[in-house]
Design a binder for this molecule. Structure first.
Ligand code: DC
Length: 221
């Protein structure tokens, strides 16, 4: 049997990772968060005090970096960095690093390697367009920018006592802009993807829509 890939792409904060994680659990697939890999590389660049705008330095670091998953945790050169990659400094710098073509080439290789021999649900920006153009199922998950900002705001408040909704909204808009306008593999919906707008929907409703659509497509999973 061929390995199956379910690709879930979409903009920041649309609920991709929640849906992807739950879907993987339900189907007994491996969940791979491709954005976490760009985040781990960004962490390494920042820890080395390199300039995120210095593309040559960033590519050099990417070429000598190992990023992999074990039991849903991400390891940067063998070290678990699940918490560190979610910090503010990473949010602000990751899309700049993800725009470098040579970095993307290295990451796509690592993303395919991490999926080898497994049935996977992978979420990101270019899963259905570049990493796995032949994925068994492709979804594009989106939501209004107001709703995405509100979700991030609630998440941030859970971890910190303070959060600024307007600042979060601005950051999401900026990240969307960089991700969608970059020259190499910009965020866009694959022609054969199913688009789901999650605005005003619960996680359960979206998950139900995903499964229903997979059943309608008739593919095996
Ligand atoms: O999904 P996320 O917010 O953790 O992604 C972090 C950044 O990485 C975001 O700016 C987009 C980028 N990214 C990408 O370019 N390609 C992917 N497949 C996944 C993420």
């Amino acid at each position: 049997m061929n390995n199956k890939v379910i690709a879930i792409d979409g903009p920041a904060g649309a609920g991709k990772s929640t849906i992807a994680r739950k879907l993987a659990k339900l189907l007994n697939y491996t969940y791979i968060d491709s954005g976490a890999m760009y985040r781990a590389l960004t962490l390494k660049v920042l820890l080395q005090d390199a300039d995120v705008q210095d593309q040559d330095a960033v590519v050099r670091i990417a070429a000598e970096t190992d990023i992999d998953f074990h039991h849903n945790s991400i390891f940067l050169d063998g070290r678990n960095v699940d918490q560190e990659i979610r910090e503010e400094g990473i949010n602000r710098n990751v899309s700049c690093i993800a725009a470098v073509p040579e970095v993307r080439r290295i990451m796509v290789e690592l993303q395919r390697k991490a999926s080898k021999g497994k049935n996977v649900v992978m979420d990101g920006r270019d899963v259905g367009t570049v990493i796995f153009p032949n994925a068994s199922f492709k979804f594009f998950i989106t939501a209004s920018v107001e709703e995405r900002a509100l979700r991030r705001y609630a998440e941030t408040l859970e971890k910190n006592s303070q959060a600024d909704l307007e600042d979060i909204k601005l950051q999401i808009e900026q990240r969307d802009n960089v991700d969608s306008t970059r020259v190499d593999s910009p965020l866009r919906m694959a022609e054969d993807a199913t688009c789901i707008d999650t605005t005003g929907k619960t996680v359960e409703q979206v998950l139900e829509e995903v499964i229903k659509s997979m059943n309608l497509m008739g593919g095996e999973y």
